[in-house]
Design a protein around this ligand. Structure first.
Ligand code: TXA
Ligand code: MG
Length: 324
């Protein structure tokens, strides 16, 4: 997005980002998961311009980012389970969906008029410094056009309408590379709405059994569940042993000879965390070749491999239409 100025992270650029948020502008900032498109959560018109910048449906609520756990009771009703998870996993790649606090000042546009709110404290130094300097809640979806691959580095940020975006704060590639895990604590029984950097098993060790959301793409309870949410241009073929003619290949672990002009390996040593970090950038790179299909090697379904396979399934559910 050449039209939006990029600033390397520094004390001065963080102060500017905080001032821009306070004046109602949008700021792209790094987190440990993906780059976010931030706005002052209490500023109705700034929040509206997030939806405009992404082409995001208004029914899809945003995650509220805070810099300090002290801010949590100002926006959400805090249960024991919420506190246990927050104490253990924040700052980090976990989003909690809670009932809103009675006097929550977050814009109703941000929460899509729901009585609940999604909150997280990101595990990223520059993001924390920005949030603490700003001093209030910042809503931030991933800084991509709605339905496209999330950006894990500053030059992958893409928005259909960047008009109100004042700057991109650049701190290099995101360490985790997949969006946060989302768990809803609104009902008695916790529900996993999206898998991510924190695994279901890790959460269950703290709060007991968690139900996996079974909403379909027709009735998503978190729109991250829309079937073709992480959509490259090319079709995606899963569990591939190799590449057919005209296919690009996305490998994992030690590989034999791959017959493709375009081949990348998510982690030659078979490390799932490394594969997660590389996933979006490599999908994007292969999508920019002339391939019609990206063939993807099997990824083990354990730990963060679950989240990788979740994103790959959604990418493969996408069937591009002519000219898309
Ligand atoms: O890692 C992340 O979470 C990144 C970084 C920037 O923090 N953000 C991110 O935001 O992935 P976004 O907008 O791409 O995804 C937010 C997800 C959506 O699936 C949305 O439906 C869900 O959070 N969500 C937000 N508020 C909710 C609520 N009250 N109830 C259920 N789901 C909610
Ligand atoms: Mg997103």
């Amino acid at each position: 997005m050449s039209e939006v100025p990029v600033f390397q992270v520094s004390a001065a650029s963080i102060r500017k980002a905080s001032r821009d948020l306070a004046s109602g502008q949008l700021v792209v900032f790094p987190t440990e998961t993906v780059y976010g498109l931030g706005a002052d959560a209490t500023n109705e018109s700034a929040v509206q311009s997030i939806f405009d910048a992404k082409g995001r449906p208004s029914v899809n609520p945003l995650i509220c980012h805070i810099g300090d756990i002290e801010q949590l009771p100002l926006i959400a009703q805090v249960s024991d389970k919420a506190l246990s998870l927050a104490r253990l996993f924040w700052p980090g790649p976990l989003t909690l969906v809670l009932k809103q606090a009675e006097d929550c000042r977050v814009s109703r546009i941000a929460t899509a008029a729901l009585p609940t709110i999604a909150v997280r404290i990101p595990g990223h130094n520059a993001a924390l410094e920005l949030l603490r300097t700003f001093g209030g809640p910042v809503v931030a979806p991933s800084a991509n056009t709605s339905g496209k691959i999330s950006p894990t580095q500053a030059d992958h940020v893409h928005l259909i309408n960047p008009e109100n975006v004042s700057m991109i704060l650049d701190d290099g590639p995101c360490a985790i590379g997949l969006e946060s895990t989302i768990v809803s604590l609104v009902e008695d029984k916790p529900i996993l709405l999206r898998t991510g950097g924190v695994t279901k098993e890790e959460l269950e060790e703290v709060i007991g059994s968690i139900q996996v959301d079974t909403a379909t793409s027709a009735t998503p309870s978190a729109p991250g569940q829309l079937e073709s949410h992480y959509a490259p241009r090319a079709t995606v073929r899963l569990n591939a042993k190799g590449a057919d003619d005209g296919e690009a290949f996305l490998g994992f672990g030690p590989l034999g000879n791959i017959r493709s002009a375009h081949s990348l390996n998510l982690s030659p040593k078979g490390d799932l965390a490394e594969a997660a970090t590389n996933l979006y950038a490599y999908l994007r790179a292969l999508d920019e070749t002339d391939c019609s299909t990206i063939a993807v090697a099997p990824i083990p379904n354990r730990g963060v491999g679950n989240a990788i396979n979740d994103r790959l399934r959604r990418a493969s559910a996408h069937r591009p239409t002519k000219g898309s």
